[in-house]
Design a protein around this ligand. Structure first.
Ligand SMILES: Cc1ncc(COP(=O)(O)O)c(C=O)c1O
Length: 403
């Protein structure tokens, strides 16, 4: 890996620990530093402009707050208008917001929501709520044995009753990158809207919501090396405007009387209560960090690692890689004959090799591949080919122990 990429754009970043294959955020701690210490006086609250709450004393004239800056940064990352960005706790809350505020009021019993079998539980359970509460029908699109999603299969699942297609941009188990632009085209042609779960894609690839033409796009800050507890819902302005607020409280109102509340316009009406200011500042630092290195450079590096790891793992007898789509990135899931993933993870961990094991909050895709769990190595910008070598050596050790 070239040094510029490895050490990032932030001076003073600590050297990368030798082996760590799950997604790890904030290698050098600089994002945490900013989130912890980056709250200058007067920036304790915001209203997408300058605002000071509490005991008042004269303040500086209006200027761009860090919240504005993070919005601008997000605008660049998503190619979206900052007015179409809602701050939420993460991808999960964003999807729940869309389910409750956008889709629930529009669902008649029998209306359909199209999902792929590779979805994370965050992009399944909110739709199950609508099945239970509003009579929605979930239509599942299968993947091929290589874990790829065929646009024709999605098209075939979309019918006159389809209200929404909810689909991952990238699978957190299979690594598959889905053909979102084509799916959006098919869905729109049938009068259905599309929500994209970008939680996995956001740190690995460039996202252009205008180009994709998706109606909603969601992701979590912590997947982009930022802090937990902050994430983003992008929604087309016209849709956000139509949607009722999701939660009520301070900051999202124009006025409150004994009789009624008048809400602010979108996106403010969806941001009830004191915002996660430290989280937003941390997210801004993460975005600066990533964009400083450059998403294309990160992607190229991760593609190299994935193909190196795939080639090496394929040669290990007894290993089966789960998810071999040509269009894939980030995650490399595998199973090893007769050895449970949890045992593999425990032994690798003893050698300082961190992988994630389990169903990865995606039980339906485990069922699809008739497995209870996988071992998953995730590649990020700080990993190196020697991390992959250590993983392969660790697997040999696991096999020695069990055979
Ligand atoms: C594909 C995908 N979607 C959604 C989520 C949920 O993200 P969060 O728990 O940050 O809301 C995750 C988290 O792992 C994920 O991988």
């Amino acid at each position: 890996m070239d040094d510029d990429l490895r050490h990032g754009a932030v001076p003073g970043e600590a050297p990368v620990r030798p082996v760590h294959l799950p997604q790890r955020h904030d290698e050098g701690g600089q994002v945490i530093q900013v989130a912890r210490h980056g709250l200058p006086r007067g920036e304790r609250n915001r209203d997408r402009g300058w605002r000071h709450r509490g005991p008042c004393r004269p303040r500086a004239p209006p200027r761009a707050t860090r919240h504005d800056q993070v919005l601008n940064g997000l605008g660049v990352v998503l190619a979206a208008d900052p007015g179409e960005i809602v701050f939420v706790r993460g991808a999960t809350e964003a999807i729940n917001l869309v389910a409750a505020s956008f889709l629930a009021p529009r669902i008649e019993p029998g209306d359909e929501i199209v999902l792929s079998v590779m979805e994370h539980h965050s992009n399944i359970v909110p739709w199950h709520f609508l099945r239970e509460r509003c009579g929605a029908v979930l239509r599942w699109v299968d993947v091929g044995d290589d874990g790829s999603l065929d646009v024709e299969a999605v098209d075939a699942a979309i019918g006159p009753k389809t209200k929404l297609v909810a689909i991952a941009h990238m699978s957190n188990v299979l690594g598959t990158i889905n053909p979102i632009a084509e799916i959006v085209e098919r869905a729109h042609a049938a009068g259905a809207l599309v929500l994209v779960d970008g939680a996995q894609a956001a740190p690995h690839m460039a996202i252009d919501v205008v180009d994709l033409d998706c109606d909603f796009y969601v992701f979590s800050g912590h997947k982009m090396y930022g802090p937990t507890g902050i994430g983003v819902l992008y929604g087309k302005a016209a849709l956000l405007e139509e949607m009722p607020p999701y939660q009520g409280g301070g900051d999202m109102i124009r006025s409150v009387t004994f009789e009624k509340t008048l809400y602010k316009d979108a996106p403010h009406k969806f941001e009830a209560g004191t915002p996660d200011i430290a989280g937003a500042i941390g997210l801004k630092a993460a975005i600066t960090y990533i964009t400083g290195i450059g998403i294309p450079a990160i992607r190229t590096h991760e593609e190299m690692l994935l193909s190196y790891a795939t080639e090496r793992l394929q040669k290990v007898p007894g290993i089966e890689i789960v998810g071999t789509s040509e269009d894939k990135l980030g995650a490399l899931s595998f199973v090893l004959k007769d050895i449970h993933p949890h045992d593999i993870g425990t032994i690798l961990d003893q050698d300082g090799i961190a992988v994630r094991t389990g169903h990865h909050c995606a039980q339906p895709v485990m069922d699809r591949f008739h497995i209870p769990a996988t071992v998953r190595a995730s590649f990020a910008m700080y990993n190196t080919t020697s991390d992959v070598d250590a993983l392969v050596n660790g697997i040999s050790k696991v096999k020695e122990i069990f055979n």
